[in-house]
Write a protein that binds this ligand. Structure first.
Ligand SMILES: NC(=O)c1ccc[n+]([C@@H]2O[C@H](COP(=O)([O-])OP(=O)(O)OC[C@H]3O[C@@H](n4cnc5c(N)ncnc54)[C@H](O)[C@@H]3O)[C@@H](O)[C@H]2O)c1
Length: 263
């Protein structure tokens, strides 16, 4: 099992399917975990599951699109003695979050600029602001690592047909933001190298989250593993990237997609 003792991990968007798995697994591996998310049900659920600010768990509300809040959260972590040496840029607007479950999803021709920009603001500008704050406050003071979360749709386009008739769709800004986040990784890797900070991208494949049997069948046909991922299978690799064992890796894109990108 990956040992994360001595790691203080700050995670954005921690209340979602993958974020909450990272929190649970990292705590179990001995890390101190500073979880964060927008206020709401996910945040409340996470706090409840971990007994509030107790033991190795802390929670801070953070909207990553709010520049001042990003800055003050890092300040707060420092003041509270919970300054991280591992940061996960995990928060993202997914299709379901953008449009609300069950609502009609616009095709490309009808995609509103404000929706496109909302996704870029969260998935990419938010990640940039978190990385920049890490640069200002942490990088160079002690060894640290940043893990940016992309997707199998960062460097490969989606098979649009798998979304036919589904309540959610794949939308352009998502892939654009996820390609951009790996651009941030490679840019920062060389920029931070002399200051003992590493940065990598993880690109998860399709993770099972109560999807219909038909959707699972369509996705599974495109994946060498023949099935969707379990959240713990993504977390296994995330834990490795967050650990000292990944100390000689920087600027890399790690696909955890059951072979989707390798056909
Ligand atoms: N689940 C998958 O199949 C999959 C596949 C590839 C990549 N990913 C990526 O993994 C990451 C986590 O995905 P997930 O499946 O847990 O998604 P999710 O939708 O369950 O969780 C995303 C979290 O981000 C939070 N968030 C949204 N806007 C925010 C903001 N402005 N500030 C702070 N938090 C905000 C949400 O509240 C939510 O808790 C995302 O970056 C996603 O793009 C997921």
């Amino acid at each position: 099992m990956t040992d994360l003792k001595g790691r203080t991990v700050f995670i954005t968007g921690s209340g979602g399917v993958l974020g909450s798995t990272y929190v649970r697994r990292m705590l179990a591996s001995g890390a101190r975990v500073v979880a964060s998310d927008l206020p709401g049900e996910r945040a409340e659920g996470l706090k409840e599951r971990h007994g509030g600010n107790y033991g190795n768990f802390r929670f801070y509300e953070l909207d990553v699109t709010d520049e001042a809040a990003v800055e003050s959260t890092f300040m707060q972590m420092r003041g509270d003695g919970w300054e991280p040496n591992v940061v996960l840029n995990n928060a993202a607007v997914t299709g379901e979050l953008l449009m609300g479950r069950g609502q009609d999803f616009p095709d490309f021709a009808n995609t509103r600029t404000e929706d496109f920009e909302k996704v870029i603001r969260t998935n990419l500008t938010g990640a940039f602001m978190v990385a920049r704050q890490m640069d200002r406050d942490i990088v160079g003071r002690y060894p640290a690592t940043l893990i940016n979360v992309a997707s199998m749709y960062a460097l490969s386009g989606p098979h649009h047909a798998i979304y036919d008739g589904m309540p959610f769709k794949n939308f352009s800004a998502y892939g654009v933001s996820k390609a951009g986040i790996h651009g941030l990784t490679v840019w920062l890797a060389s920029y931070w190298a002399e200051r003992q900070a590493t940065v990598n991208t993880i690109a998860p494949g399709a993770v099972f989250n109560d999807h219909s049997e038909e959707f699972q069948r369509r996705v599974s046909n495109l994946v060498m593993a023949g099935r969707m991922a379990r959240p713990d299978e993504i977390a296994d690799v995330m834990l490795f990237l967050a650990s000292e064992a990944a100390g000689y890796m920087t600027g890399q894109l790690v696909n955890v997609d059951g072979g989707y990108s390798a056909w």
